[in-house]
Design a protein around this ligand. Structure first.
Ligand SMILES: [Zn+2]
Length: 272
């Protein structure tokens, strides 16, 4: 499972997860390494696989060790790495998403309950408001989201990112986080897979005279190549390489001019 999908799966569980359970999983290790998952003390409970009946049991701390009580085996000790818990760092994720899309009107804490406002990003002439709600699996999840949205100013275009479920709601467009972004396990950088404006239903503007239209898609590409050491030394050669990657990744999307691409490359180098 790729890192973005693994993160979705863990967020959807809605609580702490065990590092022991994901032992050897490269995506899990990348999420920890890049700060999407943070240590959160000790697990509340574990599943016993030592006896004839799989059961869960609360983690206890006794005789200077962590462990749990099994009806068959009594006190079963657990190694420290089996009890370390991790929790998704949602404020960190929301901030990364807002950075990726260069959002305005960001909010670093939930609006209410579990609904977050990532911020507004501008595509062509339209402002698209992006939200995050961990799960849209049940009617109750949907009700919470709708209740929160109803208390805030309505933007014409909005998209709600979620990790699990797609409960149908009138007038609300949702998409799964791992459908919209990809997470590079080496650098921890997020990359857009789909244009949120298009997903939200905003009309695409004509590209004539709008060379910056895909800046939010192209800039991460350039930064990614710099951070992984793939970037060509010459500005023109690098702009050509970026153009080829963009064309392969977004077939049919109109490209900015060569001079605009070169300007993006130069700007990214100054910033690094
Ligand atoms: Zn047991």
């Amino acid at each position: 499972m790729n890192a973005a999908s693994r993160l979705c799966e863990i967020i959807a569980q809605g609580g702490k997860v065990s590092s022991g359970f994901y032992d050897g999983d490269r995506s899990f290790a990348a999420l920890v390494q890049h700060g999407f998952l943070r240590k959160a003390g000790v697990l509340d409970a574990v599943v016993c696989d030592e006896c004839s009946e799989a059961h869960s049991a609360p983690v206890v701390y006794e005789q200077l060790d962590h462990g749990y009580y099994c009806p068959e085996l009594g006190l079963v000790k657990l190694a420290p790495e089996q009890v370390i818990a991790y929790r998704p760092d949602l404020p960190f994720l929301i901030g990364k998403l807002a950075d990726l899309l260069d959002c305005e009107q960001r909010k670093a804490t939930p609006l209410q309950d579990q609904t977050w406002r990532i911020g507004a990003f501008t595509a062509a002439h339209d402002k698209i408001m992006l939200y995050f709600h961990p799960r849209l699996q049940t009617e109750e999840d949907a009700r919470q989201l709708q209740d929160t949205l109803s208390r805030h100013a309505r933007s014409r275009w909005r998209l709600i990112l979620t990790c699990q479920g797609a409960w149908p709601m009138a007038d609300i467009v949702t998409a799964h986080l791992d459908q919209v972004v990809d997470l590079d396990p080496t650098t921890g950088a997020l990359r857009l897979l789909e244009d949120p404006g298009t997903l939200a239903g905003a009309p695409r503007a004509s590209t004539v005279g709008r060379p910056d239209q895909h800046g939010h898609l192209i800039k991460p590409l350039i930064e990614d190549r710099i951070s992984t050491g793939a970037a060509a030394t010459a500005i023109k050669a690098e702009a050509r390489a970026v153009k080829a990657i963009f064309e392969a990744a977004y077939p049919g999307k109109p490209l900015p001019s060569d001079s605009t691409l070169q300007r993006y490359v130069r700007a990214a180098r100054k910033g690094s």
